[in-house]
Design a protein around this ligand. Structure first.
Ligand SMILES: [Zn+2]
Length: 294
């Protein structure tokens, strides 16, 4: 499952091809992905201009010039391929899985006025596309009740403290709760907690004071969540540039993980010297350093 930095990397990779382009023609090679494609999807997109390509949590949002928005989710194995004059220009975000080589999995193809062709490929078809009025996006099933955006301005020490105040759940579980913060996944929660020196097991409410104001821990955590996400996006960006020199999966994160999937290795926190441990919380692996994460 791509995490938020990967989706943001895909967005940045697609933006030059999609933004400002008019959709000349849409090929739908099948009627459904994870869900049926919207009724008359191709007809409704044809002739429209894409004003901007945004992102909310792990959803890509293409705003059209008629007030509609195309919602796109990559699922487990979805990827986009950008081609121009028959040449592959880029495969943004392809680093997280084997390059989908077979054209049998090319499900949606957009032919654009700028000469680009953007193809959505998805071998397992857990991804989906939908069309909704921009003004009603907040009411869409995928966005209703979704928490704050971790890379947006909403996430800071104050908002974290307000969201977590009084919560008895472990800090890690609260950070993964999509109703509180949207799009933060297991990997980056582990990374941010290590960087902030906070135990994944402590109660979420402990980063807020009784009056709901943030503790020093909340200040650190808010800052480190943004830092680990930004660093991953930077790394994704560089792998994107290198992509043509490699064959498929770069696994770009592995080299940058602090604790994730590093059980038994030395904690990266300077002066700590502890060892990374793996525990299971709510059925998912948590990697952390018991020595410096309190
Ligand atoms: Zn440590």
């Amino acid at each position: 499952m791509p995490e938020l930095p990967e989706v943001e990397t895909v967005r940045r990779g697609l933006e030059p091809a999609l933004q400002g382009a008019r959709i000349l023609n849409v090929e739908l090679r099948r009627p459904d992905l994870r869900f049926p494609l919207p009724e008359d999807f191709a007809e409704r997109l044809t002739g429209r201009t894409i004003i901007s390509l945004g992102r909310r949590a792990k959803y890509l949002l293409a705003d059209l010039d008629d007030g509609m928005t195309v919602i796109m989710h990559l699922g487990m194995s979805g990827s986009f391929r950008v081609e121009r004059e028959g040449e592959i220009a880029s495969v943004p975000g392809d680093f997280h899985h084997e390059r989908a080589k077979t054209a049998a999995h090319d499900h949606v193809v957009l032919h654009l006025s700028n000469g680009f062709r953007v193809t959505y490929n998805d071998p397992r078809r857990f991804g989906f596309m939908d069309l909704t009025a921009r003004a009603e996006l907040g009411e869409h099933a995928s966005f209703k009740g979704l928490g704050i955006e971790p890379l947006g301005n909403e996430l800071d020490a104050q908002s974290l403290a307000a969201l977590f105040k009084g919560r008895q759940a472990p800090l890690k579980a609260a950070l993964l709760d999509q109703r509180l913060i949207a799009g933060l996944g297991n990997i980056y929660v582990c990374e941010a907690l290590n960087m902030a020196g906070l135990s994944p097991k402590r109660k979420a409410g402990t980063i807020a004071r009784k009056d709901g104001s943030p503790t020093v821990s909340a200040v650190r955590l808010a800052e480190d969540i943004r830092t680990v996400l930004q660093q991953a996006i930077q790394a994704g960006g560089s792998s994107l540039r290198d992509h043509k020199l490699t064959d498929g999966s770069l696994g770009y994160f592995q080299h940058h993980f602090r604790v994730y999937d590093r059980e038994g290795e030395t904690c990266p926190t300077s002066g700590c010297g502890g060892m990374v441990r793996r525990i299971v919380q709510s059925g998912r692996s948590t990697f952390y350093c018991p020595r410096c994460q309190k």
